[in-house]
Design a protein around this ligand. Structure first.
Ligand SMILES: Cc1cc2nc3c(=O)[nH]c(=O)nc-3n(C[C@H](O)[C@H](O)[C@H](O)COP(=O)(O)OP(=O)(O)OC[C@H]3O[C@@H](n4cnc5c(N)ncnc54)[C@H](O)[C@@H]3O)c2cc1C
Length: 359
């Protein structure tokens, strides 16, 4: 049995398979384990309220959503029994429940329960595989094909998730889910940054800003920005060069987002992205005192392979393909229309795939 990818879903599936007595090899394309999980804030969560989950992600597959929502609490307990230690017992967001882990600690605990991991190895060549390759955020060709034809999005994730799992399954006759043009990401400063800064430099205050594009069009109202800000990031992706200006007045700078003020987040942005008002390509509205140029950045795709509750990859007619499962971001249809925890999806579907393989 091969598991393709040693990120969140792949490590979970492989650890559970070993626990169930199966021999498994994890093949990881990259130079390290952990995938995007290792770069993440590592808050594994679900919506507190089922109806709110459905309202926020209305186009998702209700059976998969149920699986994740019902299964997450037990899955978190399984992680802790394995030896993972939560660093926070709650998410800090009243809408959600879950736990936060140290990404490195979690990756190590999971890897210790996996028999064999090969690095720099292509995992999608075998007939019997659990695909856990993390979607296609890192492929500019696939992003251009499915998400936005003028793809200038920056990558805010691991560099190896180039849609290998998706392409392998499509070649074998798999079906795609709805929402192939959707993604989860953040608006980041339009300046150089590296993978250690993906969380700290996120410009997560669209709801307090006035939002203009390069042509001076106010294309998104702050009142319409969702709590996860995914909708304004997706809208920014479709403006010229995937860029926007966040314009702030003095009151906006005082607002708090989690543990920082908006002013502190602006200060954290590299100087190249903090624009003098006189350098804006349009006249700012009255009262604006600060401007940050942001660029839409993709963390992971939301659409993907169609799977059932056993994580089996499905054909268009709903029948399962022999010997092919998909978990994590490779599987689409969980958060379609909105946003839900990618780590929760990877954890619960990784377990479901392993349990089905071991049946
Ligand atoms: C900055 C940041 C913050 C985040 N914060 C959170 C958060 O707090 N909460 C949350 O729920 N989510 C968060 N996420 C998202 C979360 O990390 C992902 O949803 C999750 O890692 C998806 O798991 P996965 O296993 O599908 O993909 P990944 O964890 O990315 O793993 C995919 C793996 O597959 C490998 N791979 C790719 N192609 C191949 C191939 N052909 N063969 C073999 N291996 C291959 C990749 O190298 C990678 O190691 C964050 C992500 C980032 C980048």
């Amino acid at each position: 049995m091969v598991v393709a990818g040693a990120g969140m879903a792949g490590l979970v599936a492989a650890a559970r398979l070993r626990e169930l007595g199966c021999t498994v090899t994890v093949r990881e394309k990259g130079t390290r384990i952990g995938g995007s999980m290792l770069l993440s804030s590592c808050v594994i969560w679900r919506h507190r309220d089922w109806d709110e989950f459905r309202r926020e992600c209305p186009d998702g597959d209700e059976r998969l959503q149920r699986l994740v929502w019902d299964g997450l609490d037990d899955a978190l307990e399984w992680l802790e029994v394995l030896g993972a230690r939560a660093v926070w017992e709650e998410t800090g967001n009243p809408r959600t429940v879950g736990k936060r882990f140290s990404p490195r600690g979690l990756a190590e605990v999971l890897a210790n329960h996996v028999s064999q991991i090969e690095l720099n190895a292509q995992g999608c060549d075998d007939e019997t595989t659990i695909l856990c390759t993390g979607g296609f955020a890192a492929s500019s060709d696939l992003v251009t094909r499915y998400i936005t034809p003028a793809a200038s999005l920056r990558l805010r994730a691991n560099p190896w998730s180039e849609g290998d799992g998706l392409c392998h399954a499509l070649d074998r006759g798999a079906a795609l889910t709805a929402g192939m043009d959707e993604f989860y990401g953040r608006n980041m400063p339009d300046a150089p940054w590296d993978e250690t800064e993906l969380v700290s430099l996120s410009q997560l205050y669209g709801r307090f800003a006035r939002i203009f594009d390069e042509d001076g069009v106010e294309f998104f109202r702050s009142g319409d920005v969702s709590w996860s800000e995914t909708n304004v990031v997706q809208a920014t992706a479709r403006r010229r060069d995937a860029k926007a200006y966040y314009l702030l007045d003095a009151a906006a700078l005082e607002q708090r987002v989690r543990d920082r003020t908006v002013g502190q987040m602006v200060e954290a942005a590299p100087a190249e992205a903090r624009v003098e008002l006189s350098d804006l390509p349009f006249d700012p509205p009255e009262g604006v005192v600060a401007a940050v140029r942001v660029i839409a950045s993709i963390t992971h795709t939301i659409g993907g392979l169609r799977v059932d509750e056993r994580a089996r990859v499905l054909r268009e007619d709903g029948s399962p393909l022999d010997g092919l499962w998909a978990a994590g971001v490779d599987a689409g249809g969980v958060s379609t229309g909105g946003y839900a925890s990618g780590l929760a999806q990877a954890l619960v579907l990784g377990l479901a795939a392993a349990e089905d393989v071991a049946r």
